[in-house]
Design a protein around this ligand. Structure first.
Ligand code: PMV
Length: 336
């Protein structure tokens, strides 16, 4: 038995092996953007992080997944209306994850997922995808798991997916245990209605280097990696107090500095890693210039060239006038 199977077994117990309770189940999970990043694992197999991290979920942006038993002799994985070839990275990751939950070796799934953020472009689509998949499994088999258990299972698919079980601000506690049963996310009570996130899509192309590989290489080869846990601790404290005080300068500064530090670490890895494209750098410059001119505007960036801007609702007209093609997200909209 693998360690991943042991984790699943210890959560599901006798429920593992039972047939679906419903013919079909559907679930939605939001994408999430890390304000304080998860970058480096203490355990590759269980996706256990070296540090805690903190994100904000993207409201209606995310993945909707419909799940049922497949009548065929293999899994059928459909993403945004397109059947994924068995040989694709996408179908491979989904199939490997579903292996953990099959009631029998000849049980196959039909997975139909719709994601309304660009897939694999550093916009956290795998996080919402795995979270929605776990929630759909829970509904299909009527497991009735606790959110923290869903969070642990989602983490096995993709680390950051453990934060996509909730809307709003979410903290993932790194935990200390070897089996990772104390490494799950939980929501923070704060709502910040005026907070806005701007998505600047520079490229929707699939990234060449996965975050899994990039993280491992950074940890292994960056001479500065040993400084990262301390940086995360400081940024987490600053971000949490900025959230409580609704202080956009405090939040933006800590979040942008945290993202910049993560990308600097990647650049210092060998071979160097950079996810930025020329247009990404041009956007950095524009944000810095606007800030110099007095606009409280900040960015964060994940394992891709796209940027997420952080600002307040009152500044939306000014931000939009400089970034016309930006998509505006209201993380604490009427539904949250
Ligand atoms: O969950 P993964 O393996 O896709 O890694 C996510 C890494 C970042 O998005 C860059 C940071 C984060 O905390 O989400």
């Amino acid at each position: 038995m693998t360690r991943r199977q042991e984790v699943v077994g210890s959560i599901l117990k006798e429920r593992l092996g039972c047939l679906p309770a419903l013919p079909l189940a559907c679930a939605f999970a939001p994408a999430n953007i890390a304000l304080c990043k998860y970058w480096g694992k203490r355990d590759e197999e269980l996706n256990l992080p070296l540090t805690s991290s903190l994100s904000v979920s993207l409201g209606e942006k995310g993945s909707t997944t419909t799940l049922s038993r497949s009548t065929g002799t293999k899994d059928m994985v459909i993403s945004n209306g397109e059947v994924m070839p068995e040989s694709s990275r996408f179908a491979g990751r989904v199939g490997e994850f579903l292996d953990l939950f099959r009631p029998s070796h000849d049980f196959y799934f039909h997975v139909d997922t719709h994601t309304n953020v660009p897939i694999a472009a550093g916009l956290a689509s795998s996080a919402s995808g795995f979270a929605a998949l776990v929630m759909a499994l829970d509904a299909l088999f009527a497991w009735k798991l606790l959110p923290l258990e869903l969070s642990i299972l989602a983490r096995l698919g993709s680390g950051s997916a453990c934060r996509s079980i909730w809307q709003g601000f979410v903290e993932w506690e790194a935990g200390k245990r070897e089996d990772g049963m104390d490494s799950f996310a939980h929501p923070l009570p704060d709502q910040w209605r005026d907070l806005r996130i701007g998505l600047l899509v520079v490229s929707g192309k699939e990234k060449a280097l996965s975050s899994r590989e990039a993280m491992a290489r950074t940890r292994r080869t960056s001479p500065f990696y040993s400084l990262w846990p301390q940086k995360v601790e400081e940024d987490l404290t600053a971000i949490k107090s900025a959230i409580q005080a609704r202080d956009i300068e405090g939040l933006g500064r800590a979040a942008e500095s945290n993202a910049a530090a993560m990308h600097a670490l990647m650049l210092s890895a060998w071979p160097s890693i950079s996810y930025a494209l020329p247009a990404t750098l041009a956007h950095w410059e524009t944000v810095w210039k606007l800030r110099q001119d007095g606009l409280p505007l900040y960015f964060t960036q994940d394992a891709g060239p796209n940027l997420k801007l952080l600002f307040l609702a009152k500044d939306l007209p000014d931000v939009l006038s400089r970034f016309e093609r930006m998509e505006v997200i209201v993380p604490f909209g009427p539904m949250i």
